[in-house]
Ligand binder design. Structure first.
Ligand code: CA
Length: 372
């Protein structure tokens, strides 16, 4: 320890504390290269398109994209104008990845698990059941090796991924009957997408794929018996409290859905360096604001729902333990034939285990100490 401390202090004195590679490349190396090429600012005005997986101006998520466009334009003194499109306005929501990859649009905003059919490893950069929460995802991505892997994965698609917010821990969903044991999932039709849906299927449930706009009537008419969505704020906007009897905690299937900006790599790297830095800084700003907005609105809305007397339930430890076991099986199957997904998951899971041990002594211990 003494040696490390000595090295650290020596490093401080001569300014050689090493920065993560990705930060070096953002603020140092590219800048030096571009300066040499006379590319620091070219005085041109750019008009870029941003496609998203959200309905136009969708609360928090679409709004976060609008905020991005607004601050980029201000920071660049009008040299970068970005027009934000909701899902379906320019291309269908789930085709955003391809649209940005091909250059049809220069920027996208969504979540990695939307592209899991095409790029299975992408879901480890979004969320996995019983995985890391928002704080831990940010830690792994920015300082735990996650971003380097994510960039490597998207490079083949001519894309650069940048963290673009997080939902925080979601809720477990609305059910029309109480779930007292894992057997209560048997035969249950639930709108629950992704890996969570596969886990639910292993528990005997029937995951149903429904777009956001179809969920309310699906639940009302008994096409589905249960649904998850996001959290109290968006769920209340959707009116699920009017038709769902029990609101379950926690959202084991989405402990912190990480959202992403995707930039067309070729076009982004051809930009003047100051505009590149402005876009990365704006993305970092939005990354913080989206999570804060979720946390604030969800806390306030949950308080309102509780005043209205909604029935809140918590999945028992037994149920969660069973679901955790199924999750291990689902992930093993998901990565079996994909060497990159195995590498990404190995990094994810190794970091998750350490973060979990640390959180047991800090976050968990602290929350347990709260009596109100
Ligand atoms: Ca969800």
């Amino acid at each position: 320890m003494k040696v490390r401390r000595k090295d650290f202090i020596k490093g401080l004195a001569i300014g050689t504390i090493s920065l993560p590679v990705f930060i070096r490349s953002w603020i140092g190396e590219n800048q030096a290269q571009n300066k040499m090429a006379g590319n620091f600012s070219d005085g041109r005005t750019y008009e870029w398109k941003m496609v998203t997986t959200w309905p136009p101006n969708f609360p928090i998520l679409g709004e976060g994209c609008n905020l991005f466009a607004e601050i980029v334009e201000k920071m660049s003194a009008g040299r970068m104008k970005i027009r934000v499109y909701g899902g379906g306005e320019l291309v269908p929501a789930l085709e955003s990845f391809d649209a940005v990859s091909s250059g049809g649009a220069e920027i996208g905003h969504g979540a990695g698990y939307y592209w899991a059919g095409k790029v299975p490893a992408a879901q480890f950069f979004a969320t996995v059941p019983f995985g890391m929460n928002a704080q831990q995802m940010n830690a792994w991505i920015l300082y735990g090796g996650g971003l380097e892997l994510w960039e490597e994965l998207y490079r083949d698609f001519n894309l650069i991924p940048v963290p673009g917010g997080n939902t925080g821990v979601q809720m477990g969903g609305w059910f029309n009957k109480e779930i007292n044991s894992i057997d209560d999932f048997k035969g249950l039709k639930m709108r629950i997408p992704g890996l969570g849906g596969k886990v639910f299927e292993k528990a005997g449930g029937a995951p149903v794929l429904l777009a956001g706009g179809e969920i309310y009537t699906g639940l009302e008419r008994g096409v589905i018996d249960a649904t998850e969505w996001i959290g109290p704020f968006h769920d209340h906007l959707m009116g699920f409290n009017e038709i769902g009897k029990y609101y379950y905690s926690p959202g084991w299937h989405e402990p912190g859905a990480e959202l992403e900006f995707i930039f067309n790599k070729e076009k982004f790297e051809a930009l003047p360096t100051d505009l590149q830095a402005i876009m990365r800084a704006a993305a970092g700003y939005v990354n913080t604001h989206v999570l804060a907005n979720f946390e604030a609105k969800n806390a306030l809305e949950m308080s309102k729902l509780m005043e209205e007397g909604i029935e809140i339930r918590t999945f028992s430890d037994d149920i969660l333990e069973q679901l955790r076991i199924f999750t291990g099986q689902v992930i093993e199957e998901a990565i079996a034939d994909d060497p990159f997904a195995q590498r990404a998951y190995a990094s994810y899971d190794s970091f998750r285990r350490k973060a979990k041990e640390y959180a047991a002594l800090t976050e968990k211990s602290f929350h347990n100490s709260l009596q109100i």
